[in-house]
Design a protein. Structure first.
Lengths: 195, 195
DNA sequence: CTCAAGTGAGACACCAGAGTATCATTAGAG
DNA sequence: CTCTAATGATACTCTGGTGTCTCACTTGAG
């Protein structure tokens, strides 16, 4: 139904690269919605022959594996510069949210595919991302941005889910993309009760 | 790893009934963790022959369908008496949460299977549950329990996800089952910032 | 415009899981 | 304890998805 960032399809790349990225992009969205989706479905959505998929990925497993690595790279790339800024916990939180909400698809994908990953290395990527939020939660508590009475695991889990929920709600068209990060932040810190 | 409410297996029922419910219960948990799980896996976990499953459910589709209906019934049964109490929005919220968190598995199951439901009737059950939370959110806003500046869709979505997250976190063993409802309530209303 | 690289369509073998049928074994009601 | 209903094991077919291959068509760089 919705169309995705077709604008980001770089026309200056070679034909091969374009096809490859088209498959990668669309596969991500199809599989995020339905992890059971067949290669035929993916091919159809990507407007590509099923055989073509096999020209770029030797198996379904490898396709999924690449998607996961890609998702991880995107998150890593977005987050690293923030950490290097060495901000206080509160500001780091704000920047994290701002950057992660639009990456909800990647975020979610990494989560929902953790189950199927027979591949051992992929489990590490997932755990690594979780660790990030746990670390941040710890700092938030240490710097008293977050009440220390609340279990750490709960803080991290809620933060993780708020970000994903925001992305999902934006996708449904229920809230504006530009409003999302602020909503996550205020919900996280202050909840919904009137001030 | 974890064992489930085996205590609820009623020994006074007939052998057939016990087998049937054993399959139903375990299938719910297996499929909640991995929607792709094969009937062999379910049979194994339920300590039952694969053929036996087919004696009680004419197809995998029907098994899943029954699980969904069952999940819906559980939620319905839990929620109805609360609504009939005619409490104010705030108290209704509290009771809802108290009752829904332990039903996280059913809650989640209804959610995650909505996608696969070719069956039209099942979609209605899902929409019905979503409606409940939307209704409650509307009342919360009307009675000024929740700030009216926040989009309704966002309130409902967060409430839905907080409940699911709580159940998930309990399952992981990261928070105590008895603490969960209170955590959801305070997180929802006040967020994590220290008072 | 030309033509090679890239692609789509389709036929095929292969496999895993769904669903069926049969029979020997076992649980447990009476 | 007995005997039947219920079960587990096994062997089978069928279906849908995966992965391979070929060939004719299209695209777009030169």
């Amino acid at each position: 139904m919705e169309l995705f960032d077709q604008a980001s399809v770089n026309k200056s790349n070679s034909r091969q690269t374009r096809t490859r990225e088209k498959v990668l992009n669309l596969a991500m969205h199809v599989l995020a919605k339905n992890p059971k989706a067949s290669l035929s479905e993916i091919a159809e959505v990507a407007e590509v022959g099923r055989a073509t998929i096999f020209r770029y990925f030797k198996s379904r497993k490898q396709l999924v594996s690449e998607l996961i690595v890609e998702a991880d790279t995107k998150l890593e790339t977005a987050i690293k510069p923030i950490i290097e800024k060495n901000l206080n916990a509160g500001d780091t939180l704000e920047e994290f949210i701002k950057v992660l909400v639009p990456l909800g698809a990647s975020f979610h994908f990494l989560n929902s595919n953790q189950i199927y990953a027979e591949d051992s290395g992929i489990d590490d990527l997932y755990k690594n991302q979780l660790m990030r939020l746990r670390e941040l939660s710890k700092r938030l508590r240490a710097e008293n941005v977050v009440s220390s009475e609340i279990p750490l695991a709960w803080v991290a889990a809620v933060l993780d889910n708020l970000i994903y929920t925001a992305w999902e709600t934006v996708l449904k068209g229920d809230i504006a993309p530009n409003d999302a990060p602020a909503l996550v932040l205020t919900s996280f810190l202050n909840g919904f009760s009137p001030r």
